[in-house]
Every structure is written in C-alpha cells, then in structure tokens.
Design a protein around this ligand. Structure first.
Ligand SMILES: Nc1nc2c(ncn2[C@@H]2O[C@H](COP(=O)(O)OP(=O)(O)OP(=O)(O)O)[C@@H](O)[C@H]2O)c(=O)[nH]1
Length: 760
C-alpha cells in the first residue's frame, strides 16, 4: 500500500506538541519499523526555499511560500515522511523571521529539538550568505553547536551537518565555500564555552560536515532538478558511496517510541529544563517497555482467563504443560519483538518484571495442577492400598506405591516447568509425601482395626455361645470353663495381633502394639460382661435358678426323677437343694473361679468406668440387693415346688394300708371260695383277669385307667346333677306346699302327698 503523502505539525507556532503523532506514525506505516527509519531536519533562514527543497528531495507536501508575498509560511515544526524511503522529514520554522522579531526563543528551542531527534541536519543557506560572519547563518550555527555540545558531550554522539548552498552559481568553487564555512564554524566553536574535559575538543569530534551546492531553482531549473536528484540518491540509496545515514548518527529510538520520545524532548525543552538525552532515552525505554508489557499481557491475560474457565477445580488439565509453554513463549515474543530495541538495561529490567507477572499468573495453574494431581494420587493410592493382598507386608507395598506417586508428581512438575521461571516443586512433593504417609497410616490402622474387630467378633460369638449354654444349666463351677475359654481366646487373638502388627504398622512402635492388645482385652472383657449381664436378667435368672433347683430337688444324680416315699427325705432334699441354689446365686453374682480366684483382666478397670475401683467390682454381676431379692424369689418358688411334692407324698401315703387287705382276705375267705367254686363267677374272674393282663402286656393299662377315670367321673357328674336337680325340685315343691297350706287344707293334703311322692 502506498502511504498517504501527509504532513503534520509536530510542534505548532504556539510551541504545543501534537498529540496525534502516534496516529501519524501508523498512517505513514512506520509504527513497526523498529530502527529501520531515519530522521532529517532542515534549518535555515526564513524563505530560503527549505520547504521547496524538502518537497522535491523527499516528495513531501510542505507548504511553500507564495512568491508574490514573501512572507513566512512554515510555522512551528512540520513532520512528513519521504515518499519512497523510511525517512521522517522535519521542516523547521525559518530563523531570523521578522514575524517573531527579536524573540529568539523558538529558534533556539527548535534547533535543540532538531538536533536531539535528527541524524542529519540540513543547513540551508544562500550562497551569498557564506562568509558573512555577522549574518544570521552564523548565529544559527552558533546555536547549533552550542546545543549539540549541551546534549551530546557526554556520549559524543555524532550528527551530519549537511550544508546546502542555494543559488549556487559556481563562480566560487565548492571547496572554497566549504572551507569558508568550516573556518567560520571553527571560529564559532573556539568561542564556545565548553564543558570540562572538552576544552581542547574539535568540531569534527562531534560533527561530520557535508556540502552541496544547488543551482537557482527558477533560473536554472533543470540543473537544480539534476542536483536535487543526485542529492536524493545520497539519502535514499544506502548502497551509495556517499550515503548520508551513517549508523553512528542513529539516535537508537525505535519507531514505536518516536512520538513519545519527541514529545518528552519537546516538553523538557519547552519547560527550559536541562535536556539530558541519555536520561530521556532511559525514561522513554521505561515508558515504552511498560507499554509493550501491557500490550503483551493483554492477549496473555485473555489466554489465562480461557484456560481458567476450562480448568475445573480439582481436575487435571491434560495439555496444560503445552498450553502454558505456548502462552509463555507468546508473551515473551511479543515483548521482545518491540522492547529489545530499547535501552538494554531497561529492557532486561522490565523483562524481569514481565517474567514476574507471567510467573504469578502461570503459577496459579502450576499450583492447581499439582494440587489436583496430589488429590488424584492420594485417592488412587487409597484404592490400591485397600486391595493390597493380606498375606504380604502392607507397609512394604505401600512404600512402593508412595514412591511411584512421588515420581509421577515429580514428572508432572517437571513437565510444567518453564525456562527462566524457577518454580519450587519441593513443597508439593513434601505435601504429597505427607498426605500419602497419613493416608497409608490411616489405611493401615483401618485394616488392622478391621482385622482386630473381626477377631473380637469371633471371640465374642464363641464366648457368648458358650456362655448361653453354660448358663442354661448353671453349676457351681460355671465360671471356670467360661473364663478359661475367654482367656484362651484372648491369648490367641493377642498373639495374632502381635503377628499382624509389623505388617501394618511401624514395628519400631511397640507401645502401639501394646495399646492394640490392651484395647482388645478391654473390649472383649466389656463384651463378655455385657453378655453375662444380659443372660442374667431377672426373668432369665429366675427361670434358670428354678430349673437348677428342680434339677437338684426332683432328679437324682443320674438324672432320674425322684419318688419321695418319706416326708423326711423330702424335707432333707428340699433343704439341700435350696442351699445349693442359694450357693449358685452367690456363684453367679460374681465372675470368678470356683476356688475364689479373680481372673487376671490385664487392664485397669477404671478405664472402663471410673466408678470401678477393683476388678471384683467390674466382675460383680449381682449386687447384694439383687442377690437378696433373687434369693427371696427363689425361696418362694422352691416352697411352691416343695408343697407340690409334699402334697403328692401325702396322697400316696393315705391309700389303703396292706393290713386292710389281709383282713379283707380273712373275712372274705368264704365269699372268695364261693366265687372260685362257681363256674360262672370263676369264668367271669378269668375273663376279667385275662383282660387286665392283656391291657398290662400291651401297655394300655394307663389309657384304660384314664378312660375308666373319665367314665367314672362322668358317672359321678351325672349322678351329682341328678341329685341336685331332684333336690331343687323338692325345695320348690316345699315352697309351693307351704303357700297352699295357708289357702286350703284340702290342697295341703294333696301337696303333702305330692311332697311324699317327690321325697320318695
Ligand atoms: N531564488 C530562489 N528562490 C527559490 C528557490 N527555491 C524556492 N525559491 C523560492 O523561495 C520562496 C520561499 O520558498 P519556501 O520553500 O517557502 O521557503 P522556506 O524557507 O520554506 O520559507 P519559510 O518556510 O517561510 O521559512 C518561494 O517563493 C520559492 O519559489 C531557489 O532555489 N532559489
């Protein structure tokens, strides 16, 4: 695209700087030119054809004076770009202008500005002005040299003073003219007050001098054009042997900083402050680097926001390392592309600032990724650890898994690392390590605890079963077997805990093992006692005591039911049984061996309940009050059983005595003989006897007796009913008879007869 041929007023006649220069730079396509551009300024007396020269030389469009009016056209400083070269051209208001009168301020300031910003300064003068020391040109040159010394003495920056002699007619050779100008310059130079250390310096230490003569534009227009074309080549063609833009002239201001730099320079000049160009350049570098950082950070921040929105908390972002690296590379590239051209120290310093910002932004992702990974690794470790085979040392397997997880974390941290940014992954590794250790310990504890719980449940089930069986038929040595079983099981379990402990826990912690054993004992004792208390509830205890009493009282040592024939035996057995049962209550009241020994609990009972002060208190199931009430109840139950037995004994004893049967035989001997001798009665007797024998032989004597008893009872009931009915009838009739007697004697006799009949 051909850039527009535009020119703009960089400093206006009121000395205000134009704020639209950045826009101008973009319009002329120089904003991104870096160092690949040049600046030329023209100085000279008013109306000496400066604008005309620039327009023809560079193809610019600066205003040119109307020949008829001869008044100043260029006011302030104008800026344009050469049509075919990356050259910025400044057309400076002419010196010695009558419009400003004696005000030399702007002249000096514009010269200062031109020299501070331009590589080549074209000094435009008529030929007839050369050698006129008192003329305005020398004043101008003095000003130029003065300000150059002021600005660049420290850095010894060089510039080219390109003298263009206008209306050069050729009568005086260019060599002579240039010598004259040089002499004038040296005179001016020697008259200048120089800074310390530069007293003996020469003008050529700071300036290169160039001289060109241009013929009269109007009178010798062709020659003028040819000379201008030749001069243009020196500006435009960098291969030309007399190319004007020596690299040492460049002010090293990147094109994107040109507007800012020139503005700062002008404001400093305008405010009459000391113009310290190195400082200005540093300030520019700082300012521009900040701007470049802000520009570079804009897409970077956007990319961060996008990444953040995709980064679900707690999740691992698969391509994070690549994306982070891309983002980092891009932002650094954006910064380097522009900022590298500025002051190196500032560039490096600002680069560190940018790195810190980028570091802070990216570290959030680094941190989030490693935290998410840590969570995942811990959770996966827990799952794996849960399924470790039980027959292999848990700790060893866990240590291998932990090592694997740590390596994974290290690898991830490494992949996220970015060159020039030093992130410390040690803290994440340490945290992961701690988390895994703690998870491992918790799984170990959980596994060991579940194994212990399993063992305790088995023990409790076994002992509870034995307890139920033993207490169903209690005896005076009931606790011996139960305690032996409990302690044997406890021993087996604690041995197993000791065996398992090093598989799950750090074997250098024997106290921990002891605490597991201790807890196991405590829990198993508590469970045992609880079960005993349950089995000794009032109802169950009474039932079991009654059973024990009955067993002792009603059955003999072979388990056969006793048949009490004598009252004395009954009483003695009753007393024995009651004594034994009461003794059993005493035995049951406290869990201890039959020889009175208290079992070794292996724990402090105060841990179970602070109200227990001795093992006996813990092992006591029935307190004195319950023993007493249980004994009273037992006594009552036993009394009832005793009475029942006594009753049955009395009924047995009140049967027909044997001597009665002998008496009956003696007295009824004749009747018996009569029956035996009578064939009918004899046959009846034989039949009856045979029937009885058959019933006895077939075992039907019992049922037959029951039937007989029932039949007899039926008969008795029937007879009783009949008698009762008859008695009631008779009573009713008596009532009616007495009522009739009061009314009629005749009726009385009838009633009397009826009554007799009824009585009969
Ligand atoms: N004699 C002579 N006149 C010229 C030459 N070039 C231009 N002029 C005339 O000089 C007059 C001033 O030209 P400008 O180019 O406006 O001069 P200037 O130095 O830019 O003027 P200011 O910007 O007002 O200081 C115009 O009328 C031109 O025609 C030249 O080479 N010789």
């Amino acid at each position: 695209m051909v850039p527009q041929r535009i020119c703009t007023q960089i400093v206006d006649e009121n000395k205000s700087f134009n704020k639209d220069i950045p826009q101008f730079m973009r319009q002329v396509n120089l904003a991104d030119a870096g160092f690949n551009y040049h600046v030329v300024a023209v100085l000279g007396s008013q109306s000496t054809g400066k604008s005309t020269l620039l327009n023809q030389l560079f193809g610019t469009t600066f205003d040119v004076m109307d020949a008829g009016k001869r008044q100043q056209t260029t006011k302030g400083i104008w800026l344009s770009k050469a049509q075919e070269s990356p050259i910025l051209v400044m057309d400076v208001e002419g010196t010695d202008g009558r419009e400003r009168g004696d005000d030399q301020d702007f002249e000096r300031k514009s010269a200062l500005f031109s020299i501070a910003t331009s590589e080549v300064i074209i000094v435009n003068m008529w030929e007839h002005q050369v050698g006129l020391y008192q003329g305005s040109n020398m004043v101008l040159l003095k000003t130029v040299l003065e300000v150059h010394l002021q600005l660049f003495h420290a850095k010894k920056e060089r510039s080219l003073l390109q003298f263009v002699i206008r209306d050069y007619i050729g009568t005086t050779s260019m060599e002579n003219l240039s010598e004259t100008i040089k002499t004038d310059l040296m005179n001016v130079w020697s008259s200048l007050a120089k800074p310390p250390g530069l007293e003996s310096s020469k003008i050529t230490d700071f300036f290169d001098l160039g001289f060109t003569g241009l013929p009269h534009k109007i009178l010798c227009s062709e020659a003028f054009d040819t000379a201008v074309d030749s001069l243009r080549t020196r500006f435009a063609n960098n291969d030309a042997p007399d190319y004007v833009f020596d690299p040492s002239y460049h002010k090293r201001i990147p094109a994107d900083g040109f507007s800012l730099y020139t503005r700062e320079i002008w404001e400093t000049i305008e405010n009459n402050k000391d113009l310290d160009l190195p400082t200005q350049q540093q300030l520019l570098a700082q300012y521009r680097c900040d701007e470049i950082i802000a520009e570079a950070m804009e897409p970077f921040t956007k990319a961060c926001n996008i990444l953040q929105s995709e980064f679900l908390p707690g999740n691992i972002c698969e391509n994070l390392p690549i994306r982070m690296q891309e983002m980092f590379d891009q932002v650094m590239k954006d910064y380097d592309r522009q900022a590298k051209r500025y002051n190196n120290a500032i560039y490096e310093k600002k680069k560190q600032e940018l790195l810190r910002s980028v570091d802070t932004s990216l570290y959030v992702f680094f941190q989030a990724q490693l935290n998410a990974l840590q969570k995942e690794l811990v959770s996966s470790f827990m799952k794996t650890a849960e399924n470790f085979p039980c027959n292999r040392p848990f700790k060893e397997l866990a240590a291998k898994e932990i090592e694997k997880s740590k390596t994974r974390m290290q690898e991830e941290a490494q992949s996220l690392m970015i060159a020039n940014i030093d992130w410390d992954s040690k803290q994440f590794l340490l945290k992961l390590s701690e988390e895994l250790e703690s998870s491992c310990n918790s799984v170990c504890k959980q596994k060991l605890s579940s194994k212990i719980t399993e063992m305790r449940t088995t023990l409790e089930t076994r002992v509870a079963e034995s307890l139920e069986i033993a207490l169903q038929k209690p005896n005076l040595k009931v606790w011996d077997g139960l305690l032996d079983e409990l302690l044997t099981n406890q021993k087996q379990a604690t041995d197993e805990i000791t065996r398992l402990f090093p598989l799950f826990m750090d074997s250098t912690e024997p106290e921990l093992n002891q605490s597991y054993i201790h807890d196991f004992k405590k829990d198993s004792w508590i469970a045992f006692r609880k079960k005993v208390a349950l089995e000794m509830s009032d109802v169950l205890l009474q039932q079991r005591l009654r059973m024990f009493f009955e067993e002792t009282f009603r059955y003999d040592s072979d388990g056969m039911p006793k048949l009490f024939k004598k009252s004395g035996t009954l009483d003695r057995d009753y007393r024995d049984s009651v004594t034994k049962t009461l003794e059993l209550i005493q035995v049951l009241s406290c869990i201890k061996y039959s020889d009175g020994r208290i079992p070794e609990l292996g724990i402090d009972v105060k841990e179970i309940d602070s109200s227990f002060s001795t093992p006996t208190e813990f092992l006591t199931i029935l307190n004195r009050k319950r023993v007493s009430s249980t004994s009273v109840n037992l006594k009552r139950t036993a009394d009832l059983i005793y009475l029942d037995c006594k009753r049955s004994l009395v009924s047995t004893q009140t049967r027909i005595p044997p001597y009665f049967w002998a008496l009956l035989l003696v007295l009824g001997w004749n009747e018996l003989m009569a029956v035996l001798r009578n064939p009918f009665f004899f046959m009846l007797l034989v039949l009856g006897g045979s029937l009885l024998y058959i019933l006895y032989a077939t075992g039907m004597i019992g049922p037959a007796r029951v039937i007989a008893n029932r039949a007899a009872a039926g008969v008795v009931d029937y007879v009783t009913d009949k008698v009762t009915d008859s008695y009631e009838d008779r009573t009713n009739m008596q009532r009616e008879s007495s009522f009739s007697r009061e009314n009629s004697s005749e009726k009385t006799s009838i009633d009397g007869e009826l009554e007799k009949a009824a009585l009969s």
